[in-house]
Structures are given as structure tokens and as C-alpha cells.
Design a protein around this ligand. Structure first.
Ligand code: DAH
Length: 367
């Protein structure tokens, strides 16, 4: 705002009119700011502009000019008060203080929540922790040996075609078993754990896996699995069935039924696919279970003796007499499930892409 006291050169009516028009204009343009600042600036009792100007002009005014000056100062004061009333009534006016609009909504920092995928993964892992399993982890960049060969997928075997693999560049000079790739499943951690540790073993392996798959509503090139492995004396297919039946009831409710269908995986024999009764229609048949009443959820089976043989060969590099994984003494079962698929069924989500979109409208539903 203008702080200087304007000069008044002449006291004739025309000059006075011109001077007060300028002042009125100054009042008009300054009136849109904070009303209190505006009031103090113009009407402040000691330093107010109206007081300073009238003192200056009246002091040097000839006697006959005092009355017309007084009338005009009164008019100007009225104009100031009107401008003040308008400013005070304006809705945005009280919200503005020192250039900050205090009527804007505050920025609220939402408390974080576990991502729905992490939540489901933790739920699955917790079910097995209660059964005495511990968590094992492995690398996402894995060698051909752990991801395939030790799991009874020989080099160039067509079983590898079921898992379209992302290979790391520049590996050709290495022997086949050492070539690096992005792990296509969490099963290699079975091998790593058995090589490192003698039975009994009870582990769950949550983690990220990678496949060269095109993204659609049910596929993503990066997704998550939870693997399980149990190796001990006298482990039977009944133990496998009982364990997974319990886990499915813990995850989906005690009312769900499970059934086991013959299947094939190179590293388990016999192998099975596990289905649960459709949680949407309780088995009556609906769109989500393709009118079969059943939903396929995971793969499993008894650990193939060939896998134990690969583990034993590795362990004998350190201890030539190692016999911990002799299939005549121990048996085991394994299972593997997709976390996205389970979370989608739990929450009725139809597009896997929602998990990775970062869309708060989706994520907030899990708060
Ligand atoms: N690794 C398999 C896959 O990604 C899933 C699987 C099936 C894991 C059977 C297992 C199993 O441990 O026994 O398709």
C-alpha cells in the first residue's frame, strides 16, 4: 500500500476534487486484502493514513478551505468504512491471513496399511507358522540349477515350457546349471533349504516370482507365491491332505471343502491340484467357479526321490558320507500357491492389475 502523504498544491474546489478522487481510488483498490490490515492502514488512530493526510493538509490549509476539506475527509472516511464492511462480508476475506488461505482443507497424512497382497501373504504364512513351520527366503535372481535342474526339469526338457522364463543376458559362457535367470517359482528355495539343513524341515517360502507372460486380467509377469515344504520320517499323502485342508479352512472359512485331483509337476510324485468348494456359491455353481462348484487353488505333491537325489549330491560336496535325504528313511510333501489368485478370490477382485496400479480408491478399501 502507498505510504507517502500526497502533496496538495492548491485548495480550490477542482484540485480538492481531483485529490480526493485519487484517494478514493486508492481505497477502492486496496480494499480486497485482509480487513483488519486495511482498517489499521486507513483508520489507525495515530498512524492511520486518513489521520496523517488530514493532519498534513489541514495544517497548511487557509481558513476558507477547512470546511470543504473537512466535508471531503468525512466522505472519504465513509468510503473507507464501506469498503471495510464489504471486505469483512466477503466469504474469502476472513480465510486469508498474510497471503495464506486458511480455509483450504488441511493436508491429511493417511496412516499406512499393509498392501492387500502383503496382507494375504502374511495370512497364509501365519496359518503355517501356527503349524510349526518357519519362513525361508531365497533370491529372485536364481541359477538354472536351483530353479529347474535340481527340481527335475532337465536342460531342454519340455516341462520347462510350462514356465516361460526371463533369462539374464550374457550367461552363455557359463555351464548350463550356473546360468542366471529370474526365478519362475518359489520352489528353488526347497532345494536351498534342504542343501543347508537336514530333516526335519517345515518351511513356508513367501516371495516374488517372474515369468515372460503378457499381462491380462489374471496374469502379471511379476507375481507372488507361497511355497511349502515338509520333510520328516513317515510323512504321507494323508499328512499333505490334512495340512492343506486345514490351511484352506483357516483362509476361507471352516465351511469350505477341499478335493485333490491328479496332476503333474516334475518335482513331486504323485502330484495333485487342490480345489476348494466355491466360496461364492457354496458349490451350487456360479460364474466365478465356471458353474463347476469348485475353484482350483494350488499345486502340491509328495517330494520326488529324484529331488532328494539332487539334494544329496549337493550335500555330499561338503560331506561325502551325507545320507540325511535318503528316500528310504525320509519322505516329504510340498505345495505352492499364487498369492494374487488367493487375494482375488478372498476379496472378489476381477482384475489382477488393481494390485499394482497404486490407485488409492482401490487400496483404501483395505484400510
Ligand atoms: N512351483 C509350481 C508352479 O509355480 C507350484 C507348485 C506345485 C509348487 C507343486 C510345489 C508343488 O511345491 O509341490 O507352478
Amino acid at each position: 500500500m502507498n505510504e507517502t502523504i500526497p502533496q496538495l498544491r492548491s485548495y480550490d474546489e477542482l484540485s480538492l476534487d481531483a485529490a480526493f478522487v485519487t484517494l478514493a481510488e486508492e481505497v477502492r483498490t486496496a480494499g480486497s486484502g485482509d480487513p483488519e490490515t486495511f482498517r489499521l492502514h486507513w483508520l489507525g488512530r495515530k498512524q492511520g493514513r486518513l489521520k496523517l493526510i488530514s493532519d498534513a493538509w489541514l495544517k497548511s490549509a487557509p481558513a476558507e478551505a477547512r470546511k470543504p476539506l473537512g466535508i471531503r475527509f468525512n466522505q472519504l472516511k465513509q468510503q473507507i468504512e464501506e469498503a471495510l464492511a464489504v471486505a469483512a462480508a466477503a466469504p474469502s476475506a476472513p480465510a486469508t491471513k498474510g497471503g495464506i488461505d486458511i480455509s483450504l482443507p488441511g493436508s491429511v497424512r493417511a496412516p499406512g496399511i499393509p498392501h492387500p497382497l502383503l496382507k494375504t501373504m502374511n495370512e497364509i504364512v501365519a496359518v503355517f507358522h501356527h503349524l510349526g513351520y518357519s519362513t525361508a527366503l531365497g533370491p529372485q535372481v536364481e541359477s538354472d540349477f536351483y530353479n529347474f535342474e535340481a527340481l527335475n526339469f532337465p536342460p531342454n526338457h519340455p516341462a520347462r515350457d510350462t514356465q516361460d522364463t526371463l533369462l539374464l543376458a550374457g550367461q552363455q559362457a557359463k555351464p548350463s546349471r550356473d546360468r542366471l535367470l529370474m526365478r519362475t517359482h518359489t520352489s528353488p528355495v526347497q532345494i536351498r533349504s534342504m542343501v543347508a539343513q537336514a530333516p526335519p524341515i517345515r518351511i513356508v517360502v513367501p516371495g516374488k516370482v517372474h515369468r515372460n507372460d503378457a499381462a491380462d486380467t489374471t496374469h502379471s509377469p511379476i507375481f507372488h507365491q507361497v511355497e511349502g515344504l515338509c520333510v520328516d520320517t513317515n510323512i504321507t499323502f494323508s499328512d499333505l491332505k490334512g495340512t492343506l485342508d486345514h490351511a484352506m479352512k483357516a483362509l476361507f472359512g471352516s465351511g469350505v471343502k477341499t478335493r485333490f485331483f491328479p496332476s503333474f509337476f516334475p518335482f513331486t510324485e504323485p502330484s495333485a491340484d487342490v480345489q476348494i468348494s466355491c466360496i461364492f456359491c457354496s458349490g451350487a455353481g456360479c460364474r466365478r467357479c465356471k458353474h463347476s462348484g469348485w475353484i482350483e487353488l494350488l499345486g502340491c505333491g509328495m517330494v520326488d526321490p529324484t529331488v532328494f537325489a539332487s539334494v544329496t549330491a549337493e550335500r555330499r560336496k561338503l560331506n561325502p558320507s551325507d545320507d540325511a535325504y535318503n528316500p528310504a528313511k525320509i519322505t516329504g510333501f510340498a505345495f505352492g500357491m499364487g498369492v494374487e489368485r488367493i487375494a482375488m478370490i478372498q476379496h472378489g477382485i476381477s482384475d489382477i492389475g488393481h494390485f499394482y496400479s497404486g490407485d488409492m480408491r482401490f487400496l483404501e478399501q483395505f484400510a
